[in-house]
Design a protein around this ligand. Sequence first.
Ligand code: NDP
Length: 251
Amino acid sequence: MVSSGQALAGKRALITGASSGLGAHFAAVLAAHGAEVVLTARRTGSLEAVAAQVREAGGTANALALDVSDAASRAALVERAGAIDILVNNAGVVREGAALSQSEEDWDTVIDTNLKGMFFMAQALAPAMRAAGGGSVINVASVLGLRQAGGLVSYAVSKAGVIQLTKTLALEWARHGIRVNALAPGYIETELNRDFWQGDAGQALIKRIPQRRLGRLEDLDGPLLMLASDASRYMSGSVIAVDGGHLCSSL
Ligand code: NDP
């Protein structure tokens, strides 16, 4: 984590998918920089545990249940969340498999969570942001929204959609003072994927990253804080890749 300060003092940030991985880390980073954080996800036990860790570190955190793919759940969340200055649209799922065998159920799960859920969360929170004079929406895309890899058709399509969603909302909402930008992480090592990276396939993939290493959660801190804060006040519709140069890898 970058050294803490109070750049986000007085701001309220809502993070989707905060029960694990990137979202849990984002919540801790934003809280360490002064934001009051609202953590959301479906697994409320994990969510409460992450919120407790944030509080133990001196932050202000609440946990609220949310299924981003469910309209009633989104509506209930918006009722309880109050005004939000920073929305980190991070919840996401992957369903791997060859395009020829991808089921309609898997396709729908991925698109409903990663793309539809993201749009309707932004739409639900934007009116209060507009009323408050503005806000920042940070959509978590992926390098797979800009390039391709086998076995990930629905995921890559959802993330490409996130990038176009980001630019379209940036265009429409600039007049309301709402900035909308995307983070496009490359491969980030987390507890969930650590075993893969230690195997032969993982090691071969790492060799294709120009920096020859995986991303770490902390590598996202600077771009996250920039997009969340006034440091990026003249940025909207931007897509920031944080990938060790992976998108620039040689053909
Ligand atoms: P995790 O599986 O650790 O986290 C995913 C989060 O999304 C969980 O907190 C999960 O919570 C939540 N989530 C899933 N479905 C829903 C839903 N329907 N409603 C609400 N929350 C939901 O994965 P990561 O931390 O790796 O991924 C986070 C984001 O980062 C994703 O958008 C992913 O695509 C993106 N990303 C990750 C990269 C990586 O290398 N790890 C690289 C590029 C992008 P719960 O199950 O409790 O609901």
